[in-house]
Design a protein around this ligand. Structure first.
Ligand code: G3P
Length: 216
């Protein structure tokens, strides 16, 4: 499973890159807004310099023409830019047109298997089901993820399943058990995946024993 960072923060992206586990980055308008008054295209370019894999840049137009204009503009920033389009009728029309032009599209805001099928039919390179936001309204986001993976396994579609809106390590572990192609997660969740109190305790004990025996 590939790990994408769900952030627009350059320091977090650099940190994750030092672990060698940042296979890509996903941004969205809310994450960009958190970075203050940065220039969007310059910021995406800066991310693309740190990470060689796919970097999602989301369109904010509501109509297909606007999405196409933005999408083509963003795709020209760097060769690893992936255009992110919303799962709307207009967004899927833009997805088809951009994909036909050889531009990769990540279809975002997916909340049903039916929507995921439509995105695959539109030629999306990635489909982003939002796991955590379904959990937030009392549904089980992981059930949706499994359902999409099951459907996609029946066909030769090229669309990769990108588990998004991940909130904690269990989401990552379950997505991996299901065979999701990618999980995109905040830096905090990557950091949590390293942690276990018994690792810390065991390490402290090993070092204490080592020093007690007079070794440096
Ligand atoms: O980038 C899309 C998605 O991962 C957003 O996550 O936590 O805002 O629901 P969240």
């Amino acid at each position: 499973m590939k790990f994408f960072l769900d952030t627009a923060n350059l320091n977090e992206i650099r940190d994750a890159a030092t672990f060698g586990i940042a296979d890509g980055v996903t941004t969205n308008p809310s994450l960009i807004a958190k970075e203050g008054g940065v220039d969007f295209k310059e910021h995406i370019a800066a991310i693309c310099e740190i990470v060689a894999g796919p970097v999602s840049a989301e369109v904010t137009s509501q109509d297909t023409e606007g999405m196409l204009r933005e999408g083509r503009d963003y795709a020209a920033i760097a060769k690893n830019v992936v255009v992110k389009c919303p799962l709307t009728r207009e967004g899927l029309k833009a997805t088809r047109a951009l994909s036909d032009d050889g531009i990769k599209v990540n279809v975002t805001l997916c909340f049903s298997a039916g929507q995921a099928i439509m995105a695959a039919k539109a030629g999306a390179s990635f489909i982003s089901p939002f796991i955590g936001r379904l959990d937030d309204i009392g549904e089980d986001g992981l059930v949706l993820l499994q359902s999409i993976i099951d459907v996609y396994r029946n066909y030769e579609w090229k669309t990769e399943v990108l588990a998004a809106s991940i909130r904690h390590p269990i989401h990552v572990i379950e997505a991996a058990r299901m065979g999701a192609d990618i999980a995109t997660m905040p830096f905090k969740v990557i950091d949590q995946l390293f942690n276990h109190p018994l690792t810390d305790k065991g390490q402290a004990q090993f070092l204490a024993d080592w020093h007690k025996s007079g070794r440096k």
